[in-house]
Design a protein around this ligand. Structure first.
Ligand SMILES: C[S@@+](CC[C@H](N)C(=O)[O-])C[C@H]1O[C@@H](n2cnc3c(N)ncnc32)[C@H](O)[C@@H]1O
Length: 191
């Protein structure tokens, strides 16, 4: 199982945002693209992936929405589709435990701290160790959205291993694609 955990620093925690203005919902478009990059292949789907969106925007931060590749239904490879499932998840009253909103999509109260308690995470960062030189790949990866990790977040993650997928700063969804590719290459014996 691979896990991608993306922090949306301004991403809405209310289910009333417009699907016609995903950027206006705290750059929800960035998170929707990360969902799609986590799962979609050409005419196929990565069932062995979970994608966690840590939403830190108003009005009820933080909340976490989780997509399970094994169980998700009704997700198609466009941003509005992921946005619509996030909206439905946020319309459900969130509790401390995950609740399923639509098949394979879950929401709970709580943010990065809870996720870090659950998984051994690595940070994806431009300045990290070259992922190709890693002997074994970690199973859970933290990414930031269009903002850098905050000081509070840095205090939680600064001791975690950090990996880089290349020398240039990429968009989060592109970083996920490169990392998925690294897993694919190793599984196929190309490494
Ligand atoms: C758009 S980048 C963030 C941009 C940058 N931190 C800033 O605000 O100027 C989104 C995230 O993708 C990941 N990322 C981007 N390029 C990367 C790389 N070369 N290696 C590993 N992770 C990368 C990091 O987690 C980063 O926080």
């Amino acid at each position: 199982m691979k896990r991608f955990i993306v922090t949306g620093h301004l991403a809405s925690t209310a289910g009333n945002f417009s699907l016609n203005d995903l950027p206006g919902a705290g750059r929800m478009d960035v998170l929707c693209r990360c969902v799609n990059a986590s799962f979609f292949l050409s005419h196929d789907f990565r069932r062995d992936v979970e994608c966690y969106l840590v939403l830190c925007g108003e009005p009820e931060p933080p909340k976490t929405v989780m997509f399970s590749g094994e169980k998700v239904r009704y997700l198609s490879p466009d941003e509005r589709s992921a946005g619509s499932l996030i909206k439905k998840a946020l319309a459900l009253p969130a509790r401390s435990e995950f609740r399923e909103s639509t098949p394979g999509v879950y929401v709970r109260k709580g943010g990065l701290g809870q996720v870090l308690d659950e998984f051994e995470c690595a940070v994806l960062a431009e300045s990290g160790q070259d992922i190709r030189s890693a002997k074994d790949l970690p199973e859970a990866y933290l990414l930031s959205d269009h903002h850098n990790f905050s000081e509070d977040e840095m205090s939680l993650i600064s001791n975690l291993p950090a990996y880089s997928v290349g020398p240039l700063s990429l968009h989060g969804d592109h970083t996920i694609s490169v990392l998925n590719n690294e897993f694919d290459r190793r599984r196929a014996g190309w490494h």
